[in-house]
Design a protein around this ligand. Structure first.
Ligand SMILES: Nc1ncnc2c1ncn2[C@@H]1O[C@H](COP(=O)(O)OP(=O)(O)OP(=O)(O)O)[C@@H](O)[C@H]1O
Ligand SMILES: [Mg+2]
Length: 357
């Protein structure tokens, strides 16, 4: 029966020696399994489930059970000796084995790898949160837009009646500029909420990238090298060209901000592998990178590390929304100090459509 159980079951003797293993335990533990406390202590690294606090061996379920305690479902982040780079999440319970005289002569350790399950739960929770924020943001953006229209309309009424009063005109211009900024935020919020009206047609991605590079060259600091690696036979994408340009510009500005000391900004276009009707656009930088645990966070609206007035945190959220709404997807690859690559996949335009346009 023990042999058939899918979770590792291990029986430990009072000095930490492994006395029995079922098949799952033999697959999970190194061969030979630990034969002393110090072997456990040296082979495994345990942290609390959130990965923050390292657990001393006295706190491990196995040591607590040998001290006479029954430990139920303790979740820990564990670095196993066979792969000490990638922590797994284990749900462990341990029960002491007590002799007739009442002495603890060993412990039964049962564990379960819940890494995949926890990751799925986290992804689902994140997706639900983004969905909820998206609905809220979309609703607010629409209402806010109506308020802005009233402000803009009344400002122009005021301008018409100013009778050439220069000071009044200055005030009107300030009102219009502020309303324009508000309008930009509304557009980005709608884009994040996937409610931006899109005009999807065949888009010549290489041409768009070329125009953007020409625009960026004179404006970026000279210590930033711009590279365009464009696939010559790139099929057209089905997307809103002006929104796509806007999205690429957003990514380029993020890349620039990530390279205060200079570096390379690379635009790369590719056909997706056969079978996937997509056009792939990569925007890569050699900048500061994004730590792993923030790589989902940066896609959320209003997350910014830039000083107030410099960033609103709507750039990546709006690009992500635009790409999703276009039927594509955005992936982010990044390593601290090495740089960041944002990969956009957009649906390929059908050949008939491309010919007609
Ligand atoms: N290429 C990158 N390299 C390193 N960090 C990045 C990169 N792109 C984005 N980030 C991080 O993600 C955060 C959010 O980016 P996002 O574009 O959404 O907002 P922002 O650039 O801060 O403001 P906005 O784009 O609205 O002006 C940034 O503040 C930055 O910390
Ligand atoms: Mg940005």
């Amino acid at each position: 029966v023990l042999e058939a159980i899918a979770d590792p079951v291990t029986v430990i003797g009072p000095r930490g020696q492994t006395l029995f293993q079922n098949a799952a335990s033999r697959a999970a533990l190194p061969d030979p399994p630990p034969q002393s406390f110090s072997a456990w202590d040296q082979g495994f690294v345990l942290h609390s489930a959130d990965g923050v606090r390292r657990l001393k061996i006295e706190e491990w379920p196995l040591a607590r059970a040998l001290a006479g305690e029954t430990v139920g479902d303790l979740e820990a982040s564990v670095l196993m000796p066979n792969d000490p780079t990638q922590p797994i999440l284990l749900l462990a319970s341990a029960t002491p084995i007590v002799s007739e005289s009442g002495a603890v002569v060993g412990a039964v350790l049962i564990s379960r790898d819940v890494t995949a399950q926890r990751r799925l739960e986290r992804d689902l929770a994140h997706a639900q949160r983004m969905e909820a924020i998206g609905l809220l943001a979309g609703g607010v953006a629409h209402d806010f837009n109506n308020v802005l229209s009233v402000i803009v309309t009344l400002a122009s009424v005021l301008a018409n009646r100013s009778g050439g009063d220069a000071r009044l005109m200055q005030i009107v211009e300030k009102i219009q500029a502020a309303a324009g900024q508000g309008g930009d935020i509304v557009k980005r919020l709608l884009s994040f909420a996937r409610q931006q009206p899109l005009d999807a047609r065949t888009a010549d991605v290489n041409a768009l990238v070329g125009e953007l590079v020409a625009l960026l060259r004179p404006t970026l600091e000279p210590n930033i090298e711009i590279v365009a690696a464009l696939e010559p036979d790139l099929p057209p994408a089905l997307a809103d060209s002006s929104q796509l340009s806007h999205a690429l510009l957003n990514l380029a500005i993020n890349a620039r901000d990530a390279m205060p000391e200079g570096g390379a900004l690379t635009f790369r276009t590719q056909c997706a592998p056969a079978g996937e009707a997509a056009v792939v656009i990569e925007v890569a930088d050699t900048g500061v990178g994004i730590p792993f645990d923030l790589q989902r966070k940066v896609l959320e609206p209003f997350y910014t590390t830039k000083p107030a007035g410099k960033g609103t945190g709507l750039g990546l959220a709006s690009v992500h929304g635009f790409v999703s709404q276009s039927g594509g997807r955005l992936d982010l690859r990044s390593a601290p100090d090495r740089g960041t690559t944002i990969v956009l996949r957009l649906p390929r335009a059908a050949p008939e459509l491309a010919a007609a346009d």
